[in-house]
Design a protein around this ligand. Structure first.
Ligand code: SF4
Ligand code: SF4
Length: 391
């Protein structure tokens, strides 16, 4: 193929990517990432918290050497889907609700984007007139995908570590196709348009954003704590979660590039699927495993598993502090089969601080035999007693 034909070929592929619903599409090479040392430092400083799958030898090696994932790779196509659906709609009822990050309101993006990429690969083969070998990754492969996107010209990596595009902002999800054909790479996006802005750093409620170098301390980040972290959430961090039960959008909500340029995407696959976007926290506490699986089948929210989501709902109810929640939390504390959920319900009862809560915690203590839950009940009773003394 001549250079001109190669550029026409790449142009056709990008046009088809847009036809399939992707908002951005660029091409880069499988060279080692420039920021790999920073990434290794992030790991060695323990900022990936307990996401061990990121720090194991294989993951480190693959991220440093994309060619070793797929030795035949000559080009990487990077695509982005805009999932922005507008501002948080207010809940239609007066139910006490929890917030979910926007990217998880609709269908599971892994499925949606993979399906679109597969269709795009059919087109690539059709235009090239020969079989094309490829590997597809939607947030699952050992790739530094934001750097690849920046190298493919899609945008810059902001201080909040998100990829930001000057036309549509950062409400995007990334995916990659590693191809065994050569395509002319796009110019990297080299301008940093954050400038002197620090809105995201100032707005982060947990001080999780570090500016030099740009990185997130996952140990503090609400997104990590509500989605990736398994087991009990450190009691010092629970109040930080506020009413977020899955992810956190704060550092994107405040970004001027989103406020000025985010475009509402009427992409049906990312439109909220009931009961999202607002989850009724009392309903969540009553969900057994089969109802959880039925409700969140096909939704990114299922990643937390029942234990994580209902743990988060208990914490959010504690943070709401509404005494209407006492009954639901007491039921959860006495009935839920999962000790992690019972422990966080005990904490939430302690936060709500009411004589009824004290009686219910005392009663639960007499019937509880899990050591960790008993510790939480004791801590909640002590908290309530110290509040009473202060009054
Ligand atoms: Fe901070 Fe939330 Fe952004 Fe995490 S997602 S860095 S907690 S604002
Ligand atoms: Fe950059 Fe400001 Fe957006 Fe943060 S809020 S990513 S500093 S432009």
């Amino acid at each position: 193929m001549s250079t001109k034909e190669e550029h026409q070929y790449a142009k056709k592929i990008k046009e088809q990517a847009y036809n399939l619903g992707f908002s951005l599409c660029g091409i880069t090479t499988p060279e080692s990432p420039l920021h790999i040392e920073e990434y290794h430092k992030w790991l060695s400083d323990g900022l990936h918290a307990d996401m061990e799958y990121m720090g194991n030898d294989r993951a480190r090696h693959m991220r440093a050497n994309p060619k070793d994932i797929f030795p035949e790779c000559k080009s990487i196509l990077v695509v982005a889907s805009n999932y922005y659906q507008g501002e948080f709609l207010h809940p239609s009822s007066d139910a006490i609700s929890g917030k979910v990050a926007r990217y998880a309101w609709g269908k599971d993006y892994h499925t949606v984007m993979k399906h679109r990429l597969q269709e795009l690969m059919g087109f690539v083969e059709c235009v090239s007139g020969k079989p094309v070998r490829y590997r597809l990754y939607v947030d699952t492969g050992p790739l530094l995908e934001r750097e690849l996107a920046q190298r493919a010209g899609l945008g810059w990596i902001g201080k909040n570590t998100m990829l930001i595009n000057h036309n549509i902002g950062s409400w995007t999800l990334l995916a990659e196709a590693m191809l065994d054909i050569w395509l002319p790479p796009d110019e990297p996006y080299i301008v940093d348009r954050c400038g002197s802005c620090t809105f995201c750093i100032d707005a982060c409620p947990t001080d999780a954003i570090m500016s030099d170098p740009r990185r997130i301390d996952s140990n503090k980040c609400i997104s990590y704590l509500t989605i990736e972290h398994r087991g009990a959430i450190n009691s010092d961090r629970r109040s930080d979660l506020d009413d977020w039960v899955f992810g956190c959008d704060i550092c994107q909500d405040v970004c001027p590039w989103n406020n000025r340029f985010a475009m509402v995407e009427h992409d049906v696959d990312f439109a909220p699927v009931y009961p999202l976007p607002h989850l009724d926290l009392h309903n969540l506490l009553q969900m057994d495993q089969s109802e959880f699986s039925r409700t969140f089948s096909g939704s990114p929210v299922k990643r937390t598993k029942r234990s994580g989501l209902i743990r988060n709902a208990s914490v959010a109810l504690g943070n709401h502090g509404d005494d209407k929640s006492i009954h639901a939390l007491a039921n959860s504390l006495s009935e839920d089969p999962d000790p992690i959920i019972r422990a966080h319900s005990a904490w939430a009862l302690g936060k709500i601080g009411d004589i009824k809560a004290v009686n219910l915690l005392n009663c639960a203590r007499d019937n509880e035999d899990d050591v960790d839950v008993l510790v939480e009940i004791k801590a909640a009773l002590e908290e309530l007693s110290s509040q009473e003394k202060k009054q």
